[in-house]
Design a protein around this ligand. Structure first.
Ligand SMILES: [Zn+2]
Length: 299
């Protein structure tokens, strides 16, 4: 069966704003501003060296693309804009490459903990430790702005035939480019939904997003074959719901899974979480939340 691939348009880039890297969405670039403000200061949202240019057709359509001859300056390991991954075949090759890498649940959990810890450090305005465990290719001082942290390979060797790393993106920057990609994703909780349809359980944590819909989704494989897991998940979601509804505290999720465009939609994406160790909430694990009833504060 041939699967339809969604549109893969570059919609985000980094704007080097006096040394501070700010994620910028194409919708927020005006043609007049491009020449005066942004030209030469835009680079790949994946944190690559490749520079990005903006064009607008006469019909008003806006485009972001890689500067001429810089297609190889995108990271060949994971950047979907690298010259090798152009077109449907290229995109599928990158997905296949990612599918070959398998991390143990402990490796994923360790990576998520590191990621959240670094976000907290940044959020609190402290300097990031010069820890060799993280190569922070693009550093931002803004609140949770940083998008692509690459874990050092020494800490995270894939257990499969090929080595791999977990790279992170912000929920808001997810679009069709990432369909079927395995990624670490960080985002802020907006609301929690779960229920049954025709006797089948479903659960989502919707992440804040001004552009698309991004949901942390718990497919059957999360709890399948383990009767306690479903009850545990529901309890954790209830705790999360109460915390979210009671106050406006910031709740940050770090998770790892396959991103998929929801069938029949144009911009509704699920991040499929298939293991309780593939998600962390403000630094608390699902297990900790379940056992203590407490979600740590993000700060
Ligand atoms: Zn790139």
């Amino acid at each position: 069966m041939r699967e339809k691939m969604p549109k893969a348009k570059m919609e985000w880039c980094y704007y080097n704003h006096d040394g501070k890297m700010e994620p910028l969405n194409i919708q927020n670039i005006e043609k007049e501003d491009y020449e005066a403000i942004y030209k030469g200061k835009l680079s790949c949202i994946e944190g690559c060296e490749a520079r990005i240019k903006f064009t607008q057709r006469i019909n008003g359509k806006k485009f972001l693309s890689t500067w001429n001859k810089e297609g190889e300056k995108h990271n060949p390991d994971n950047c979907p804009y690298h010259i090798n991954y152009k077109g449907i075949i290229g995109r599928k090759n990158l997905i296949e490459k990612q599918e070959k890498v398998k991390f143990s649940e402990e490796q994923v959990m360790e990576s998520l903990k590191r990621k959240i810890r670094n976000l907290q450090i940044e959020f609190n305005g402290e300097d990031l430790p010069k820890d060799k465990a993280n190569t922070n290719r693009v550093k931002n001082t803004g609140e949770g702005e940083e998008v692509s942290i690459t874990d050092d390979e020494s800490g995270l060797n894939g257990t499969g035939a090929s080595k791999g790393r977990i790279t992170y993106i912000q929920a808001e920057t997810i679009n069709g480019v990432y369909h079927r990609h395995y990624r670490g994703v960080v985002g802020e909780v907006d609301n929690i939904q779960y229920g049954y349809t025709n006797g089948e359980f479903w659960a989502y944590i919707n992440l804040k997003n001004r552009y698309n819909r991004t949901n942390v989704y718990f497919p059957e494989s999360y709890y399948e074959g383990n009767e306690f897991r479903l009850d545990e998940l529901k309890r954790v979601l209830d705790i999360l719901k109460i915390k979210k509804e009671k106050n406006s505290e910031k709740i940050v999720i770090g998770c790892y899974g396959q991103i998929k465009l929801k069938e029949g939609t144009l911009n509704d994406f699920n991040i499929n979480i298939i293991n309780p160790k593939h998600i962390i909430v403000n630094g608390s694990t699902m297990n900790e939340i379940h056992n203590t009833g407490i979600i740590k504060s993000f700060e």
